[in-house]
Ligand binder design. Structure first.
Ligand code: BGC
Length: 446
């Protein structure tokens, strides 16, 4: 990885975090996790570590037909999941759009929309007369008070529906289902990280961590109940899944020593300034924007596109440089700039030289690599905390799936940060949000 212009390299220097900085991030991270787990410090901790009430990992022998809703990722989906024992699963699903005005409109409208989509799906699948159980994957920070009670702490990822924060989202969903006369039992609410962990554990008994690197970023892990002050479940269970909500790490300034001016700008311009600081340095909702700001800086300093004469107008628009572009540009073989040129042309930059393209690619690489290294800090910290000889991490999310190098960057750095003597691997989750919702529903359904 190299930039053609030495000054571009200098500009991007702050994105390269060395191992001592990363080790310090991990150390602070562990401290925050422990503060989240401890009753006295929980309220002030950045990383809340919510107990989920999911305590049994699947055996692979689960059976039954379940509905699932998946809200909070790139798409909203309704699924019909059939668990068939012997680790086998069948799935039918349909994606529905959530228009921007619904994402930021009244909560009632959002839940009515969800109920309508569910009804449409049930009609198409001839399920209207069946009384099925439903698992609701709701991928926002919730304080769970039971398997069917989740209080939304706050919206993230561009959602901002009025009247939902501090409310029980299961109740809001049930009310909407009643209004639409849909006869369904909502038997569980879960986070997408829990779904990912469950779906990977369904296949692999070493899976103890679930992580999402998509529109947002978060992880959950299996913790011993004696380490969880807020645990109030049955005394015969040894473990509980903790939804760390680690995307919020950094809210009290603990990541300031590795944040750049672009990170601060992205945060200030977001719908939730001051929140989700770690997530904003990593996830798909923000990565393209960080690259855009760095490109603008390079243009401003006359380091790139110096032949083109005038400033590229499209690039001035917030969000014009999509995170997908970062993946596409880094997918070009070395020295080939086919995707890069097509993307730049789409942004109205038509006469980019090879050197410009190398520099654009270098900027993308610095931003995506830093994101992967920061995720590696969080995951290595959790693996070291679990402290078992072998841990599998279940992973999902568009950034992880679509970026050609993310997994490699992340794995290599994790290897350097995980304690000697512990082995780990990364397992791609097969549709964790849907499958996981059904698996959680299966553990409670009678
Ligand atoms: C949410 C988490 C979620 C993550 C990944 C974050 O913004 O707070 O609950 O797991 O995104 O979807």
């Amino acid at each position: 990885m190299s930039a053609k212009t030495p000054r571009v390299r200098t500009l991007m220097e702050e994105f390269t975090l060395n191992n001592s900085q990363l080790a310090e991030v991990s150390r602070r991270f562990l401290n925050e996790i422990n503060r989240g787990l401890c009753a006295q410090t929980h309220d002030n901790a950045d990383v809340k570590c919510f107990p989920t009430y999911v305590q049994d990992l699947p055996t692979g022998e689960e059976v039954g037909k379940y509905l699932a809703l998946d809200l909070g990722g790139t798409n909203f989906r309704v699924l019909l999941v059939t668990l068939k024992a012997h680790h086998e699963v069948d799935m039918e699903s349909k994606i529905f759009a959530i228009p921007k005005e619904i994402m930021t409109g009244p909560g009632v409208q959002l839940f009515d929309h969800i109920a309508e989509c569910l009804y449409t799906f049930m009609k198409e699948q001839n399920l209207v007369d069946e009384h099925l159980h439903l698992g609701f994957t709701f991928s926002f920070p919730c304080q769970q008070l039971g398997l069917t009670k989740g209080i939304l702490v706050r919206w993230t990822k561009g959602f901002n529906c009025a009247g939902v924060e501090n409310e029980d989202v299961v109740l809001l969903l049930k009310d909407a289902l009643k209004r639409r006369q849909v006869d369904i039992s909502v038997v569980a609410i879960l986070n997408d990280t829990t779904g990912t962990l469950m779906s990977c554990a369904h296949r692999n008994k070493h899976c103890k961590i679930g992580v999402i690197i998509g529109t947002g970023c978060n992880a959950c892990y299996l913790e011993r109940v004696e380490n969880v002050d807020l645990y109030d479940g049955p005394s015969d269970k040894s473990h509980v899944i903790i939804n760390t909500e680690f995307g919020a790490f950094g809210e009290s300034g603990m990541l300031d020593f590795v944040r750049s001016e672009y990170d601060r700008f992205v945060d200030q311009a977001s719908m939730n300034p001051g929140r989700q600081i770690y997530e904003k340095m990593i996830s798909g909702m923000y990565m393209g924007e960080i690259v855009r700001l760095a490109l603008l800086k390079a243009i401003d300093k006359k380091l790139i596109f110096t032949d083109s004469g005038r400033k590229p107008q499209r690039l001035q628009i917030v969000g014009s440089f999509e995170t997908k572009f970062v993946s596409d540009i880094e997918s070009d073989p070395n020295g080939d700039f086919t995707n890069c040129r097509a993307i730049l042309a789409g942004l109205g930059i038509r006469n980019a030289t090879d050197d410009d393209c190398s520099d654009v690619r270098y900027i993308c690489e610095c931003v995506s690599k830093r994101a992967a290294h920061l995720v590696a800090c969080g995951l290595a910290m959790l693996i070291n905390k679990i402290d078992e000889p072998f841990v599998t991490v279940g992973v999902d999310g568009t950034v992880y799936r679509l970026h050609p190098k993310f997994k490699g960057y992340m794995f290599e750095k994790m290897r350097q940060l995980v304690k000697p003597g512990i082995e780990f691997d990364l397992m791609l989750s097969e549709d964790g949000s849907g499958r996981g919702a059904a698996l959680v529903a299966a553990t409670v359904a009678v």
